[in-house]
Design a protein around this ligand. Structure first.
Ligand SMILES: [Zn+2]
Length: 444
């Protein structure tokens, strides 16, 4: 299995399949260093590492001055001054090495180390985060809870470094030892998603479902499981393997009865099998249940009409439109009315639509139709207005994630930003508001 190794780095070595903790031997030497007095390596010392070198150096010098004046007492380790010297000479990496060796990891400082590692990772300094977390997991004095935290954070470091094999190995170890199980499963799911290994995503999500408190779940795990079944069904259909595809779709609908995608894939499967009548029933069902997915399903629906030789498409679409007046349906319906009843009827339809919907797509269609078919109804400047509207529309997203606000031009079943499933939906226009309401909004 090919594994992504984006951003592999020198600190972690070139071989992502190596033992995730192979570098620990090097870090073990730190435990052999003479342990300084507990107060000597204080939390503040760690904070120095996060400050610019100049600021850290200044603070250290001031602290050293205090010590020399006898305000505090300690047995200074020569290694500390070597580390300080590295800081003064703007060699923070060497300084961190020295301080890491100095730091005695005991129950009082584990949390500090964990926080420091996470902080380094968030700053993008993944090499340093890995070094800190490797140093932690190499210790035998950690409690099993602390060890679970450290292994998980090391796994996250490896994920960020693109070393998926190492991360997978650590997360699997956590699962086997019943430590950080939910977070480890989430980590494994992220890895398998990146590899599009939907079977293993499904396997991990099923395990997560057993551990999840459904009332508090951030996203219902059932939604996610249904999408993995849909991904697997689509894989099967690409191989013309209809029977397993059908059972995956049934499983998706059984685990999440609201799963629009499974019905959509089923409709596509019926079409591919030549059963346009069944596909049409499914599409009509979909339009009622998920009108915000109409842009994605309309081509299939129109293909059904074509294959079934339906002549009165405007009447069929009109019935759907009355229940769900969405922009893509408006566009198709106006085109069908123009074809079947002529341009004036289509213009009247668009005029009625725009009285109720603040929809630039509708305005664009109206102006285009007016300029193209009824120049006597066009106004001076309509051409310019049309160009401006097309420019604005080209910059507008067609879809948006309901969870994180990510904007997209096309439908993604999984949000590329927040990784939620089924949260991206077509952007719908606002209804035309009462002038008094609009005035209130402007004041607010
Ligand atoms: Zn999102």
């Amino acid at each position: 299995m090919g594994r992504a190794m984006v951003g592999g780095n020198a600190a972690t070595g070139p071989n992502p399949r190596a033992d995730p903790r192979a570098d620990n031997q090097r870090d073990d030497s730190a435990s052999g260093a003479p342990a300084p007095a507990a107060g000597f390596i204080s939390m503040l010392t760690w904070l120095f590492l996060l400050l610019p070198v100049a600021a850290a150096s200044g603070w250290l010098l001031a602290r050293r001055g205090e010590r020399q004046r006898g305000e505090t007492t300690c047995n200074a380790d020569p290694a500390f001054f070597r580390g300080l010297n590295y800081l003064l000479n703007e060699q923070p990496d060497k300084a961190i090495d020295v301080f890491l060796k100095l730091a005695a990891v005991d129950n009082d400082t584990v949390e500090t180390h964990l926080a420091l590692g996470v902080l380094f990772r968030r700053r993008g300094e993944v090499d340093r985060a890995i070094r800190i977390h490797q140093n932690l997991v190499a210790r035998t004095s950690l409690s099993s809870g602390q060890r679970g935290f450290a292994l998980y954070e090391l796994g996250r470091d490896y994920m960020l470094a693109g070393l998926f094999d190492r991360a997978e190995s650590l997360f699997t170890e956590l699962l086997e030892n019943r430590l950080q199980q939910k977070r480890a499963l989430r980590g494994l799911i992220e890895i398998y998603q990146a590899e599009k290994d939907w079977s293993r995503c499904l396997e991990m999500a099923e395990k997560l479902k057993l551990l999840t408190d459904h009332a508090r779940a951030d996203q219902p795990i059932a939604t996610e499981i249904a999408h993995y079944h849909c991904e697997l069904a689509e894989d099967c259909l690409r191989r013309d393997d209809t029977a397993p595809a059908r059972s995956h779709l049934l499983a998706a609908q059984s685990v999440d009865p609201d799963c629009i995608r499974s019905t959509m894939v089923q409709a596509q499967m019926e079409m591919a099998g030549g059963d346009a009548e069944s596909a049409l029933v499914l599409y009509r069902h979909l339009a009622r249940r998920g009108p915000r997915y109409l842009p994605a399903m309309l081509p299939g629906l129109l293909e059904c009409y074509r294959r079934l030789g339906r002549q009165q498409v405007a009447a069929e679409l009109g019935e759907l439109f009355r229940a769900h007046p969405s922009p893509p349906l408006m566009l198709e319906l106006s085109a069908a009315i123009e074809r079947e009843q002529g341009a004036p009827a289509a213009l009247d339809f668009l005029d009625d639509y725009l009285r109720e919907h603040a929809d630039l797509v509708g305005v664009e269609r109206l102006l285009d139709l007016r300029l193209r078919t009824a120049p006597e109804r066009a106004r001076t400047g309509d051409g310019t207005l049309l160009a401006v509207i097309r420019h604005v529309l080209a910059l507008q997203p067609a879809y948006q994630c309901e969870h994180c606000g990510f904007e997209a031009r096309a439908l993604h079943w999984q949000c590329p930003s927040c990784k939620y499933w089924g949260s991206i939906k077509a952007v719908e226009p606002d209804p035309i508001a009462d002038p008094a309401v609009l005035k209130q909004r402007r004041i607010a």
